[in-house]
Design a protein around this ligand. Structure first.
Ligand code: ACO
Length: 149
């Protein structure tokens, strides 16, 4: 199952600040005010730890960002210093949903994690998205606990 013609899966670029990256993330949750300077500072931090932070996007035929997804690869002590992949911040632009972009984002990030040697990949989601992640090959692995500040 591939992307529609003209769509591209690639790593986040610093120029994506003004290429609909922030707008796409707003489909997921509150982003708030993020200036270009703050974006570039965070991008540089992610870029300094490229094995840990692996932000990706999908662009459409016009080269505009229409999907976001972050893969974090955690180096653990357990499982003989095993690696665990964490998928975060999946957002598909509202007008682009239903075109398998979400499926492609998840399966591609999962393949990257597995190629890096992760023994599992985990993510948190709302109950209304369980069916989507099941279509991507994931199973319900438990309960999320949260304590907000
Ligand atoms: N529940 C059940 N099935 C679903 C759902 C859902 N909420 N959404 C999509 N599907 C199904 C589709 O019907 C399709 O099924 P098919 O293969 O039988 O045709 C399959 O899942 C793949 O669908 P896609 O077209 O790839 O889905 P889309 O590109 O629209 O992305 C997503 C789905 C990511 C949930 C999108 O709607 C979105 O961005 N929603 C708002 C933000 C959000 O909730 N993000 C996920 C947060 S969780 C996290 O970040 C780890």
């Amino acid at each position: 199952m591939g992307l529609p013609q003209g769509y591209t899966f690639r790593k986040l670029q610093v120029s994506d600040y003004s290429n609909n990256y922030i707008e796409t993330l707003k489909v997921l949750t509150t982003v708030g005010e993020v200036s270009q300077a703050r974006f570039e500072e965070l991008f540089a931090h992610w870029d300094s730890l490229p094995q840990l932070y692996q932000p990706h996007v999908i662009t459409n035929e016009q080269g505009v960002v229409v999907a976001t997804g972050m893969l974090l690869v955690e180096k653990k002590m357990i499982h003989e210093c095993g690696l665990v992949g964490h998928i975060e911040d999946i957002a598909i632009a509202t007008s682009e949903q239903g075109k398998k972009l979400g499926y492609t984002m998840i399966t591609n990030l999962t393949q990257i994690a597995e190629a890096a040697g992760c023994y599992k990949v985990i993510l948190d989601c709302s109950t209304h998205n369980i069916g989507f992640y099941e279509k991507c090959g994931y199973t319900n692995g438990g309960t999320q606990m949260v304590k907000r500040a």
